[in-house]
Design a protein around this ligand. Structure first.
Ligand SMILES: NC(=O)c1ccc[n+]([C@@H]2O[C@H](COP(=O)([O-])OP(=O)(O)OC[C@H]3O[C@@H](n4cnc5c(N)ncnc54)[C@H](O)[C@@H]3O)[C@@H](O)[C@H]2O)c1
Length: 454
């Protein structure tokens, strides 16, 4: 492995770390990806992505072939690089508070290998961490294990990541902003210099601030987006009570107001993914520990939790009752173009269906292996959408995959025992489904449920 001339190292080769590594390498910056998961490391070393993300496979293959990206589980190689990014997970603990154990371990391991390094080393916290973590836990662990001082031999920055799974590569190549939090000028200017190398003359707007403010920017961003989703879902649930009203029109109209904007106004089964729920929980917990109860974010979370019940409620309304009914769940990933099912609304819906006695058969183009790991044989799995529909009493659309979006009313009619369709993602035109028993999130009764008798 050629490591001496590598410029940066990244600890944690998950979604964020791997996509960051691939994009850095694609810009000619030598990168070492470090992970404790040996299987993952071996796969990456062969140029194969251990997760599904558009463009990632080809980018990775290229980077490995050109020897711009190496993967290893040997953290001592980080000392050969100029800067190390921390991109390990920051999951929730039982009480919703942030679990910093991965951050602590990775920081300590890094500090140990930096102890004998001559010269400067920049450490960049890219993981999402609550305000005070970089200047507190990370600084303390780093200084203790390296026996060096932050601000002189060591640089330390917070640099939150805003990429979205499904469009992660494009987001990393063209971010709308870069946020850098640091306490000393050198750390911030070294990281800015690295990004100059990455983006050339097209450096995105760069916000320089304190580590605590940079940490809070990330939480504020996710809390705003999650609240926007819960907001439109609340309007959708109201719209469902009003004959002739479709939440799509409401979203279209309010989205024209530049103060509101059109994005993130798609009503649906509730948000999922690895970040919104855990970050809101961490923010709520953090805030409550500071003696402030963020009522609004608790409502955002509760609204989201209830949205899965509403999806199941629509199915129940169409079917009359759920016990022994065969329900086809189309789509498992928390959104299209990913195989990630962490906190996916599909899992909440499936658990509800299961509790209510329905028999579930699920299909997803990418996420079945991950779902099987979590739900095992609690449900059946289909090889394609049409076979999932075979003999089903009801179909619930849970992910907006193109393949699922392309299904026509006649596909449901041809394969299902009774064509009851709950469009939780609002992917179909209700008029084209008028011959079926069709219900959709946010669709008022006269244009929605045509026949809700069992
Ligand atoms: N996934 C996203 O879309 C996204 C977007 C923005 C920010 N974030 C944040 O980025 C961070 C990482 O998220 P992710 O989704 O990439 O996580 P992930 O769980 O997919 O990956 C984390 C990786 O870190 C590795 N790891 C753990 N401890 C390690 C150690 N001591 N040394 C080396 N490797 C170690 C794990 O094996 C795993 O491969 C989190 O804080 C998350 O909140 C995630």
């Amino acid at each position: 492995m050629k490591t001496k001339s590598a410029s940066i190292s990244i600890i944690g080769m998950g979604y964020v770390g791997l996509c960051t590594a691939a994009t850095f390498a694609s810009r000619g910056i030598r990168t070492i990806g470090i992970d404790i998961d040996q299987v993952r490391v071996e796969q990456i070393s062969k140029g194969k992505a251990p997760l599904h993300e558009p463009q990632l496979d080809s980018m990775l293959k290229n980077a490995v072939r050109k020897k711009l990206l190496d993967a290893t589980s040997d953290i001592s190689l980080a000392a050969d690089t100029y800067a190390t990014f921390l991109t390990v997970g920051t999951p929730s603990q039982q009480d919703g508070s942030i679990d910093l154990s991965y951050i602590k371990n990775a920081t300590e391991d890094l500090g140990n290998v930096l102890r004998d390094k001559p010269g400067y080393h920049l450490v960049v916290v890219k993981s999402t961490v609550v305000p005070g973590t970089t200047n507190g836990v990370v600084k303390r662990f780093l200084e203790q294990s390296s026996r060096k001082t932050v601000g002189s031999e060591l640089g330390l920055c917070t640099n939150p990541e805003f990429l979205k799974e499904g469009t992660a590569i494009n987001d990393a190549l063209h971010p709308d902003k870069i946020v850098i939090g640091s306490n000393d000028k050198k750390s911030a200017s070294e990281l800015t210099r690295l990004y100059h190398r990455f983006y050339g003359s097209k450096l995105p707007p760069t916000i320089l601030t304190s580590p605590e403010a940079a940490e809070l920017v990330k939480y504020a961003s996710n809390a705003f987006l999650a609240t926007k989703v819960s907001f439109i879902n609340t309007i959708a649930n109201i719209a469902e009570q009003i004959p002739g009203v479709d939440v799509g029109k409401i979203a279209e109209a309010i989205g024209l107001d530049p103060r509101i904007g059109p994005l993130f106004l798609n009503a649906g089964p509730g948000y999922g993914g690895s970040c919104f729920h855990k970050d809101l929980q961490a923010l709520i917990n953090y805030s409550q520990n500071k003696n402030y109860d963020p009522v609004m974010f608790r409502a955002t979370e509760e609204t989201n939790e209830q949205q899965a019940n509403r999806v199941v409620g629509l199915a129940e309304k169409l079917l009359g009752s759920l016990p022994f009914k065969r329900v086809a769940v189309l789509g498992l990933a928390f959104k299209k173009d990913t195989d990630d099912i962490r906190e996916a609304a599909s899992i909440r819906v499936i658990n509800q269906l299961y509790k209510k006695g329905a028999r579930v058969i699920a299909y997803d183009p990418m996420a079945i292996p991950n779902t099987r790991k979590q739900l095992q044989e609690q449900i059946d799995y289909a090889e394609n959408a049409r076979s999932a529909l075979k003999g089903a009493d009801c179909a619930i659309i849970m992910t907006e995959w193109e393949e699922i979006r392309k299904l026509k009313a006649k596909d449901f009619q041809a394969h299902m025992k009774t064509p009851n369709v709950v469009d939780a993602r609002r992917v179909y035109n209700p008029e084209e489904f008028s011959g079926l028993n069709y219900a959709s999130i946010g669709l008022g009764p006269s244009t929605g449920i045509k026949n809700n008798s069992p």
